[in-house]
Write a protein that binds this ligand. Structure first.
Ligand code: FDA
Length: 305
């Protein structure tokens, strides 16, 4: 049943008509549970509050199904505007973005041009930019782009997904780039040809990758809400006498807030991934796919108005 619900929400997340309708009818249906606001002004108020509580942030301008050059350029301009706002308002925030919203599916020149503009702004305003990882089909291209940009910019990082068979090799391959990596389990629906179908194997591989990257002495962001994984990182910290300057935990805005507070109180660096924008529908559906129990929050949002 749970698997059926997951597939259903992932199916909805890819629906262009629903995404357009959600944009048109505004910020509704529990959107504010997982999304910080429709624009950077709203989001920056939220980020300020989060910072005041002791957390650092990575902000993400949501953009789904960007399929023309103009939209991709607008999306890049919005990222630059957000970077300037972060600096102006003195927010403790990095940025995360998706290459498809920068024109990955349109042309490589366009995506590189947009990324260079954003990374230049990030360099000027001291904001690090992490390139999120999307579906398997785009993984190789994303890593190639990351490697190219990493040669030119210090303020760029990326994400590796533990559910893919290829990831261990990718992680070793990236080692020479002294990368800033976020490690996650992976959020897309992938076939058993490319990804571990069983959660147990994903979790095992995730632990293996975290250990490898930490022992390679690369800065590691662990993006998870999973108690078992977090306990494993704490165990590694003790066993290998790891410095807390070498890693951080990251969680999504609105998810497991008590756990976020607990880690912060224990003295860990805790970064909250804060999405904003009117393109919230696909993002929210992916969060529901991770945990269909969250549907209750969304239903409450519909009736609350
Ligand atoms: P898992 O799904 O096994 O959940 C463990 C426990 O966490 C659950 O039992 C539940 O208690 C809690 N939990 C998990 N999800 C929840 C939810 N939605 N609501 C409430 N509780 C929940 N993926 C990707 O493919 N590319 C990317 O670039 C990123 N980037 C990214 C950044 C950050 C900061 C995070 C935290 C995650 C991502 N992800 C991602 C998503 C990631 O791949 C994964 O889908 C989710 O984090 C869920 O997996 P967990 O590790 O949390 O464990």
């Amino acid at each position: 049943m749970e698997q059926l619900m997951r597939n259903f929400f992932l199916f909805l997340s890819k629906n262009k008509t629903l995404t357009k309708l959600a944009k048109k009818y505004g910020f509704k249906f529990g959107a504010s549970r997982f999304v910080a606001g429709v624009d950077i002004d709203h989001a920056s108020r939220k980020i300020k509050e989060i910072n005041e509580d002791g957390f650092v942030v990575t902000v993400d301008h949501l953009g789904e199904f960007i399929d023309n050059e103009q939209e991709a350029r607008e999306s890049a301009d919005e990222c630059i505007h957000a970077i300037k706002t972060i600096d102006e308002k003195g927010l403790k925030s990095e940025m995360s973005l998706k290459l498809t919203s920068m024109g990955l599916d349109i042309s490589e020149e366009l995506v590189m041009e947009n990324l260079r503009k954003i990374l230049e702004a990030g360099k000027k305003h001291n904001v690090t930019v992490t390139i999120d990882m999307e579906d398997y089909e785009r993984c190789e291209k994303t890593l190639d782009i990351f490697k190219e940009l990493r040669k030119e910019y210090e303020n760029v990082g990326t994400v590796l997904q533990a559910y893919l068979y290829r990831t261990e090799e990718d992680l070793q391959d990236l080692n020479e780039f002294d990368p800033y990596l976020r490690l996650v389990k992976g959020a897309y629906k992938e076939s058993a040809e490319v990804a571990f179908p069983d959660k147990k194997d994903v979790d095992e591989n995730y632990k293996k990758l975290i250990k490898l990257n930490l022992l390679n002495r690369n800065y590691t962001a662990i993006g998870t809400h999973d108690d078992d994984i977090i306990d494993y990182v704490k165990q590694l910290e003790k066993e290998h006498n790891l410095s807390r300057d070498q890693f951080e935990f990251q969680m999504l805005f609105g998810i497991r807030i008590e756990l976020q507070n607990k880690l912060l109180n224990e003295g860990y660096k805790m970064r909250v991934y804060v999405p904003y924008g009117d393109d919230w529908f696909g993002y929210n559906m992916r969060r529901l796919a991770e945990r269909p129990a969250n549907v209750m929050f969304v239903l409450k949002g519909i009736f609350k108005k």
